[in-house]
Each structure stands twice: as structure tokens, then as C-alpha cells.
Design a binder for this molecule. Structure first.
Ligand SMILES: Cc1cc2nc3c(=O)[nH]c(=O)nc-3n(C[C@H](O)[C@H](O)[C@H](O)COP(=O)(O)OP(=O)(O)OC[C@H]3O[C@@H](n4cnc5c(N)ncnc54)[C@H](O)[C@@H]3O)c2cc1C
Length: 323
């Protein structure tokens, strides 16, 4: 098992998720998660706005199993929208359909999303549907299509590792799309597996949507691809209001500020909330160098507790699977 698989397995462990919540932001998570409550995230947004950077806010949430959890997530997102409006900050919303009940009941999820999208629409705030694993891909697109009958303040994500990504871009070319490489572990039947294939498809999709689409969010920390796309944009006279660069909060901060200073539209993805653990583990899976963040915290007593639980639980999970 690779280090990437190891961290993805940890991110999917509900027991660890529940335990991590009790401890607040630990293991270095505070450098990539902008606080645990609305007040803290608004402060982070204001700081980023002061550099000319706009934000997309993700109220972190994992493992939503019943309607009351999904309703609580909806209420929290509505409160974030109110706070963005009242504080007048430059920010919009990113959410995950599973958090609003997609795995429980499609119609229930639709109603929750409708409430969120309608409130955001009334304040002229954009809502992005983040994309999760393959099983949730088509239902998420279906929700987007249904909701866009009445609302135009919504868009979604295209994950370049999927074979079907080009087809989906074509179908959704009139939407604002964030294009990413893809963060989940997907089987070879549906997704490219090598970095070369994913990077090649990623560049092809970015170029295609920049030329043919409504608006492109170029979401990557990969400087080689960013430099390639900057040249492509210049060569093809892509207007500034048709694209932006996006990166995650806490990653390559100098480059984020530099791109904004160079005059590019830049948007930082700002996650916050008590449910930080799964998000943090997925970031470690993408880039094991981020482990440095953890190592720096290693003498923290509570961190050791969580890491201890993580290691034990992971080992237990492996043993159980072998049976
Ligand atoms: C704003 C945003 C939103 C996202 N939304 C989604 C989503 O909805 N669904 C989804 O599946 N995925 C999402 N992702 C995650 C995405 O799919 C990738 O998993 C993630 O961005 C890693 O790929 P990458 O292109 O950034 O760079 P990688 O392919 O991980 O790295 C390429 C190269 O870039 C450089 N590099 C990368 N990171 C760093 C760093 N921190 N410091 C220094 N150098 C670095 C290194 O040279 C590295 O070799 C999102 C990503 C971003 C940025």
C-alpha cells in the first residue's frame, strides 16, 4: 500500500474523524484549515481579500448519515452566506452534495441545496458544487442541472482523471467550471492512473474550456502547468473575466499573492469547521511532503494521542479486511 492509499484510508475512517473533532485543529491542520467557526473564517477571508484575493468557503463536513446531520450542515452554510453578505467580504460558497444528504435521499438533498442556492442567489453569491467520488458524480451533475432551471449562480468541478471528463465539459460548457486533477482514489475502469496521463488530460481540458467555456477556475498548485496556461492565455487573448487561478488555503501562499499581484484573478479555497480531519488527511495523501506540518507538531501530547489512535485504528482496519 502506498503512502497515498494510507492517508486516503485514514481520511475515510469515521472513528478517527469523530475523535479528531474533540481536539480542535491539531497535527498542523491549522495551517491548511482557516479556523473552526464563522468568526475565524471571516477574519481569514478579510486577510486574503486585503491582498486582492477572493475566496471560496467550504464548511467542512464528512460522514453525513441522517437527515438531522444534513439539516445542521445546511443551517451552517446558510449562516456562512449571511455572514459573507453582512460583512461584505469578497467570497462565495463551495459545498459537497453528500454533506447536504445526497447519500440519504436525492430529493431531500435537492431541497437543502435549493434553499442554499436561493439565499445565495438573492445576495448575488455564487455556489460551487465540489465533486467527490465517482459514485456521486452523476447525481451531483443531475442536481446541478435541476437547480439551474431557476438559478444561474451555480457551477461545479471537472476532475481530469475521469475518462468521461471531456464529455462532461462539453455538456456543462455554459457553466462556471473549476477544473482539477482529482483527489479521490478511483479504479482503472473509470479513471487515468498515472500522473502523466492525468496531467496531459488536465491541460487539454483547461485549454478546451478556456477557449469554449463560460468561465474557468484553474485549480492547481502545479507551477509547470500554471506557467504553461499563462502562456496559453496570452497566446489566445483569453479575456481576464473568463478565468481565475485557484489554490487551497495555506498552500503556496507566496505564489497565491504573487499571481494576484501580477494582475490575475485569484481565488483561495478556504475550508473551516470542526470536521477538519478527513480534509487534512486527503491533503497529506496528495502531497506527503505536507507531513512536515505534522512532524513539527509531533511533541504535542494530544497530537500523539490522535496519531496513536490513527495508527492503531489503521492496523485494526487492515486486520479486519484480511479476515
Ligand atoms: C481550489 C481547489 C479546489 C479543489 N476542488 C476539488 C474537488 O472539488 N474535487 C476533487 O476531487 N479535487 C479537488 N481539488 C484537489 C485536486 O483534484 C488535486 O488533488 C490537488 O489540487 C493536487 O493536484 P495539483 O494539481 O495541485 O498538484 P500535484 O499534481 O499534486 O503536484 C504537481 C506538482 O506541483 C508542485 N506542488 C504541488 N503542491 C505543492 C505545494 N503545496 N508546494 C510546493 N509545490 C507544490 C510540485 O512540484 C508537484 O510535483 C481541488 C484543488 C484545488 C486547488
Amino acid at each position: 500500500m502506498s503512502l497515498k492509499d494510507f492517508f486516503i484510508a485514514l481520511s475515510e475512517n469515521q472513528f478517527l474523524n469523530n475523535n479528531a473533532k474533540k481536539y480542535g485543529l491539531k497535527m498542523g491542520a491549522a495551517s491548511v484549515v482557516a479556523g473552526t467557526n464563522i468568526k475565524e473564517v471571516i477574519e481569514s477571508i478579510k486577510e486574503l481579500n486585503s491582498h486582492g484575493i477572493s475566496c471560496t468557503v467550504d464548511n467542512l463536513g464528512e460522514f453525513v448519515h441522517d437527515q438531522s446531520e444534513a439539516t445542521a450542515a445546511k443551517e451552517q452554510i446558510l449562516a456562512v452566506i449571511e455572514a459573507i453578505h453582512q460583512e461584505g467580504v469578497d467570497a462565495h460558497i463551495s459545498l459537497k452534495p453528500s454533506q447536504l444528504g445526497l447519500d440519504i435521499d436525492y430529493d431531500f438533498c435537492y431541497k437543502n441545496l435549493k434553499e442554499i442556492v436561493a439565499l445565495a442567489d438573492s445576495y448575488n453569491i455564487f455556489v460551487n458544487f465540489d465533486m467527490e467520488n465517482y459514485a456521486r458524480l452523476q447525481p451531483s451533475f443531475d442536481l446541478l442541472k435541476e437547480l439551474s432551471v431557476d438559478h444561474h449562480n451555480i457551477g461545479t468541478v471537472i476532475q481530469a482523471y475521469f475518462f468521461r471528463a471531456k464529455e462532461d465539459i462539453e455538456k456543462f460548457k455554459n457553466y462556471r467550471l473549476r477544473i482539477v486533477k482529482g483527489a479521490y482514489k478511483e479504479p482503472a475502469e473509470v479513471a487515468y492512473q498515472t500522473k502523466e496521463d492525468i496531467d496531459r488530460n488536465y491541460i487539454e481540458l483547461l485549454e478546451y474550456h478556456l477557449l469554449n467555456g463560460k468561465f474557468t477556475s484553474i485549480a492547481t498548485h502545479d507551477h509547470t502547468i500554471i506557467n504553461h496556461i499563462k502562456q496559453f492565455i496570452a497566446d489566445n487573448d483569453i479575456p481576464k473575466d473568463k478565468y481565475e487561478f485557484q489554490m487551497l488555503y495555506g498552500f503556496r501562499r507566496d505564489m497565491q499573492i504573487e499571481l494576484a499581484k501580477e494582475g490575475y484573478n485569484f481565488c483561495t479555497y478556504v475550508p473551516f469547521g470542526q470536521d477538519w480531519y478527513g480534509y487534512f488527511m486527503r491533503r497529506l495523501a496528495e502531497r506527503p511532503q505536507n507531513l512536515e506540518l505534522v512532524v513539527k507538531q509531533v511533541f504535542n501530547k494530544r497530537t500523539n494521542t490522535i496519531l496513536g489512535i490513527a495508527a492503531a485504528s489503521f492496523a485494526l482496519g487492515r486486520l479486519t479486511k484480511r479476515k
